[in-house]
Design a protein around this ligand. Sequence first.
Ligand SMILES: Cc1cc2nc3c(=O)[nH]c(=O)nc-3n(C[C@H](O)[C@H](O)[C@H](O)COP(=O)(O)O)c2cc1C
Length: 201
Amino acid sequence: MPTLLAIGVSPRYESSTSRKLSALFVDSWRAAHPAGRVIDRDLMKTALPFVDLPWIGGAFMPAEMQSAESLAAIRISDDLVAELKAADHILIGTPMYNFSIPAVLKAYIDHVVRKDVTVSTDNVGLLTGKKATVILATGGDFSPGSPVEGYNLASGYLRQVLGYVGITDVEIILAGRGLAGDYGETAADAFGEAVALAAAA
Ligand SMILES: Cc1cc2nc3c(=O)[nH]c(=O)nc-3n(C[C@H](O)[C@H](O)[C@H](O)COP(=O)(O)O)c2cc1C
């Protein structure tokens, strides 16, 4: 069964560009995959701790040597990795914060990039055969040719880290008018077509 993992990041819900466009993506994906399954991973509703010492023990020590604390710390990471492995297509709908990604998305990435789990010891990504779509909502305009194009550290980082775990088929939709709603436009007007096309591909 085709499976979409939809990762939501923005805390703004109703007024969020990335969430509006992600909802449109999910609708289009469902229409193109009537028998498909959607896993909803809302990072605003996931209590994600940062990587700490027990987590590192859980990730790097053999299971039989782990403390109860480490076993508990690594459980959420195991659950998130299982979702990723189950998915054929991963949708990340995220704002740009301070030229990069929000801390909660970085915390998610730190949980799922794991040696011998999603990346081999010799740095070969293990999550092959998947695609990813990133909807990156920004206030500024970072489109190619813009004088501040190079300030966008989010696109390159996400492409690199997804590639590191083996997801190299990545489409990034730069929704660079995050404030459009404030001027009476809707995100779907500006970026809906690109989103629907990415979902149906
Ligand atoms: C804490 C914070 C930092 C932001 N940093 C940037 C930034 O560096 N560049 C930019 O273009 N927009 C920035 N913005 C604007 C958001 O990217 C923009 O409003 C986007 O639409 C937010 O996504 P959302 O609508 O899905 O919540 C920032 C917004 C917030 C709240």
